[in-house]
Design a protein around this ligand. Structure first.
Ligand code: NAD
Ligand code: UFG
Length: 340
């Protein structure tokens, strides 16, 4: 029998790509998403890509009664991948109550229902943000977790702690904390990708919208960082590699690992200007940009040491930023107004 995996936030950017990877690797995903930041059309696109229409429940994880019905209906769940959450750093500063409430209540409801229905495996979407301002790079899983500078990041720190504490009281619960670095790119079909509302906050969606002429130019936030070209350095990981990392994490659950944590990145840092040039090279387009002041809260350099994921999960990123830039542009051209 196929292992059944509940995927909260499964119509979102990373969740939808992971649902595809799950189907392609012989699992049966069950999606729960309230569509607050994604479209139901994603379900049909997953079907077009894989030939399988995943089960979809349009349910808010904060609505415990509705969420319980999903657990009652969907028997024999092997585990949960918990993507559901609000994720915009800037918005979280102006809407702290919404962020703490959505991200924490959804997780607490989920854990309580997992206990009630005896579902013993959870993989959680954490973030490099839990490392705060890094003292050194590359970041290792053993580096200290620090209080975040914004409510979004703080929910990740808090949820990691909640999951660890829950394991202490419920030893049968396995917890895999996956700390993502900067997910970019799109499905190579061009059918699925990052579809932000309004003006994008993140670099790649912004560059893609400049490339199709929807936005005039890119603002490069600072060229006076202590990096070789002065612009900020991040670890950009193709979303398809990230999705495969989740499949590797599910396989790990068979060992009953308790609480384990992995960085998912490429291990390589890329500057903002290197991204601009990679996008131009990959797609034969020009990306006009202007240097502007640093963005508040940004760090100079942030990239991962991913040896642990390779040694213990047998996973590493296979795609590079050129692949990601090609895929992101294809998605942007095919969906100039997002997924409809
Ligand atoms: P996304 O917004 O595309 O996906 C999140 C999904 O969760 C959306 O489809 C949204 O509708 C859904 N959702 C939100 N609250 C919900 C609720 N209460 N009940 C049900 N569904 C709900 O974001 P993403 O980029 O795919 O991120 C997925 C996860 O990975 C998030 O937890 C995010 O914080 C984390 N993460 C993302 C990044 C990144 O840069 N994209 C980096 C690190 C961590
Ligand atoms: N940048 C620009 N111009 C833009 C957008 C971004 O120059 O229009 C620069 C930023 O200054 C930074 C780099 O591009 O140097 C990447 O910025 P992103 O906003 O794409 O990504 P961040 O690294 O700031 O944020 C990501 C996730 C957050 C997470 C954070 C820390 O989006 O969810 O990493 O892990 F909290």
């Amino acid at each position: 029998m196929k292992k059944r995996i509940l995927v909260t936030g499964g119509t979102g950017f990373i969740g939808s790509e992971t649902v595809i990877a799950l189907i392609e690797n012989g699992y049966e995903p069950v999606i729960v998403d309230n569509l607050c930041n994604s479209k139901e059309a994603v379900v049909g696109r997953i079907e077009t890509i894989t030939g399988v229409r995943p089960i979809f429940h349009p349910v808010d994880c904060c609505d415990k009664a509705a969420f319980r019905k999903v657990f009652e209906e969907e028997k024999d769940l092997y585990g949960v991948i918990h993507f559901a959450g609000l994720k915009a750093v800037g918005e979280s500063v102006s809407k702290p109550i919404e962020y703490y409430s959505n991200n924490l209540v959804s997780t607490l409801n989920l854990l309580d229902l997992m206990r009630e229905f005896d579902v013993r495996n959870i993989i959680f979407s954490s973030s490099a943000t839990v490392y705060g301002v890094p003292e050194r790079v590359p970041l290792k899983e053993t580096d200290p977790v620090q209080s975040a500078t914004n409510p979004y990041g703080e929910t990740k720190v808090m949820i990691e702690r909640i999951l660890e504490d829950t394991h202490k009281a419920w030893k049968d619960l396995n917890v895999v904390l996956l700390r993502y670095f900067n997910p970019i790119g799109a499905h190579p079909s061009g059918l699925l990708g990052e579809d932000p509302n309004g003006i994008p906050n993140n670099l790649l969606p912004y560059v893609s919208q400049v490339a199709i002429g929807k936005l005039k130019f890119l603002s490069v936030y600072g060229d006076d960082y202590p990096t070789p070209d002065g612009t900020g350095i991040r670890d950009y990981i193709h979303v398809c590699d990230l999705a495969e990392g989740h499949v590797a994490a599910i396989r790990k659950l068979a060992d009953n690992p308790g609480v384990v944590v992995y960085n998912l990145g490429t291990g390589k840092g890329t500057s903002v200007l290197e991204i601009v040039h990679a996008f131009e090279e990959a797609n034969g387009v020009k990306i006009p940009y202007q240097i502007e002041a640093r963005r508040a809260g940004d760090v100079a350099e942030n990239y991962a040491n991913c040896d642990k994921a390779f040694e213990e999960l047998g996973w590493k990123a296979r795609r590079n930023v050129l692949d990601a830039c090609k895929d992101a542009y294809r998605f942007q051209k095919m969906n100039p107004n997002g997924i409809q």
